[in-house]
Structures are given as C-alpha cells and as structure tokens.
Ligand binder design. Structure first.
Ligand SMILES: O=P(O)(O)OC[C@H]1O[C@@H](O)[C@H](O)[C@@H](O)[C@@H]1O
Length: 317
C-alpha cells in the first residue's frame, strides 16, 4: 500500500485493516508516532492521536459501530444537507455510506501532501441516493497527517451532471476535552450567529470568548479562518483552520439532551465539544463540471494559546 503514502522516511506508513463490521479502515502514522484512523464507513476520521499516544478526538463509549449509521464521535462528513434543513436524513447521507479508496484522484496542489502520509477517499451516489437527491457528483476526501502531527482534511465536490446543484457541507468535528466547564473558544467574538436552539434566530455574540454552562447549538456565520479551543485543565489548545468554509458550528448537547441520545453517555457531554468548519448558512452551487474545495486543518498544541508561537503562516493558515 506504499503508493498511498508520501514516504519521507522509513517509518511513515499507511495500513489498511478491517473494522468491527468488516469495513476497511485506513491507519496513517508519521515517523514520530502520531496517527490517524479513517473508516471507509462514512469517510469518517475515527481517531487522531498525538506523538504521546493521546487521543485528540472524542468517541462516545456508547458509540454504535454499525452500518449504516455513522458512529458518535470523530470527524463526520455532513453532505449534502446539514442538520434537518431539508428532506434527507439529518446531516445528509454521506456519513452513512461506504466510501472507496481513490487510487487516482485528480491532482491537488503539490504542497498539500508534501512530507505527509495521506489517503484519498471517494463517494459517488448510489441508485438509492440518486432517488433521494437526484444529482450526479463525486465527493472526495483527502486525509493527511503531517510530521508535526497536524491533521488536514480536504474535501472536493464535483458536479458531473448537466444541471447545476446546491449543497451544504460540514466537517462535524468532535474534540476530546477534559471538562467542558474549563473550555473556552476564541475567534468568534462579536460575530453573528444563528441559534439553532431558537429556530435559527440571528443573534450577535456578546462574550469576549465562548464558555459553556448549558446546551449550545450555534452557527457562527462568516467566521474567521482560524478559531482556537483552549482546554485549561488539560493545558491543550486546538487550533482549527479552515478554507472554503465560511461558517463555524459550535455544539454541546449538555445534560438534558445527552440523556435523550441513545448512542451517548449521560455525562459524556462534559468531555466533548463539536467545532465544525462548515458551509451551512448559504448553500454552495456548482454548475456542470465545476468543483468546490473545502479544507479543515487541525493542530493540537500544549499549554496556552498564542498565535505568534504557532507560526500559523508556516502552517498554511
Ligand atoms: O445527532 P447528530 O445527527 O449526529 O447531530 C448532532 C448535532 O450536530 C450539530 O452539528 C448540530 O448543530 C446539532 O443540531 C445536532 O444535534
């Protein structure tokens, strides 16, 4: 399987194995011991570990690993619908489908994979999907793990039909946190957001940063390219960069809703936070033959957050 990997030394590797349901999953590893696991079920990133072996993504202890439902956690691909704003199942069908490994993807910018282990996945609509959503598309996902452990997800949607179509998209990202009460999100101050708990009412963020004391389900519109999630107790900061994704969704179900979710423990809301790079306020429209690209870049660093220290520019933010 070496040809899937950008091999810069002998330890960079990619392996393919079966998951609990006999569905292929891809294991990426870098030379320092960081890793990522991607399931072909849903094109879902199910694990991302740093070089200390610490898991950076949340997965519920009650997650159900059973086709066709995406398991609760990791990074899910929401496409072509987000939430329940449409006729399809919540968050669209892509997260519930079996993707394939794309051996010959159309080229991406060469910098994209330089020095990284990566895999390319592809989803094309089945007959059943076309009945529900009558548009011909190719949805691609490249997952790349860099030498410093950064994880990049690049999605491309191509219209291969003779008519335009529109879609919504999100990288629904479950971050693992120590205790939600100790977490702060920076970068969304003063922005307008749609409050999904109040029928998508348009409100403006008043806080200096976002902290959590109750259920939250918000779509921050036209959000900046970089948002930081500071976990004080664990002394870890996640830096979330995005391109082609104008919005950021912030979600935590809190206590009451958690109890109603079958595949989620009653107390698990304390150890997770979803911060999604998304294009959900306004649909993206593609004319025949056109392609859209969206990218999510995740970095986890120790201790307090400082834009300068992170040399964000050198990381491509
Ligand atoms: O339970 P699901 O379908 O995975 O969705 C979880 C949540 O995902 C969030 O992104 C949405 O904003 C919430 O409204 C939704 O409840």
């Amino acid at each position: 399987m070496g040809h899937y990997a950008a091999v810069w030394d002998h330890k960079a590797a990619i392996e393919i194995s079966k998951d609990w349901n006999g569905i292929d999953q891809v294991f990426l590893r870098n030379s320092r011991g960081a890793s990522a696991k991607i399931s072909l079920h849903g094109g879902q990133v199910v694990s991302w570990r740093n070089d200390q072996g610490e898991e950076l993504l949340f997965t519920s202890n009650k997650a159900i690993f059973k086709h066709p439902k995406a398991m609760r956690g990791g990074i899910q691909i929401c496409y072509p619908q987000f939430g329940d704003c449409g006729l399809l199942d919540q968050h669209g069908f892509a997260r519930n489908k079996i993707w394939v490994i794309d051996e010959n993807p159309p080229p991406l910018n060469s910098k994209e994979s330089l020095g990284k282990s990566f895999v390319d996945l592809l989803l094309k609509p089945s007959e059943e999907d076309s009945k529900q959503w009558p548009h011909s598309f190719e949805l691609r996902l490249r997952v790349s793990l860099a030498i410093d452990g950064d994880l990049t997800l690049t999605s491309r949607v191509r219209n291969i039909n003779s008519k335009p179509f529109s879609f919504l998209f999100a990288f629904h990202t479950y971050l693992s946190v120590s205790d939600i009460s100790e977490v702060r999100v920076e970068g969304l101050e003063t922005l307008d957001y749609l409050d999904n708990l109040r029928k998508r009412e348009l409100l403006t963020e008043q806080g200096d940063s976002i902290t959590f004391e109750s259920e939250m389900d918000r779509t921050y519109i036209r959000s900046p390219k970089v948002v930081a999630v500071l976990d004080h107790e664990r002394k870890r900061t996640y830096v979330i960069g995005k391109e082609g994704l104008p919005d950021t969704v912030v979600w935590n179900p809190w206590e009451k809703k958690s109890k109603t979710m079958a595949n989620f423990g009653d107390d698990e809301y304390k150890s997770m936070l979803c911060v999604d790079g998304a294009a959900v306020e306004r649909p993206i429209t593609l004319k025949p033959g056109e392609e859209w690209t969206g990218r999510l870049m995740l970095t986890a660093v120790k201790s307090s957050f400082c834009f300068d220290q992170l040399e964000l520019q050198s990381k491509g933010f």
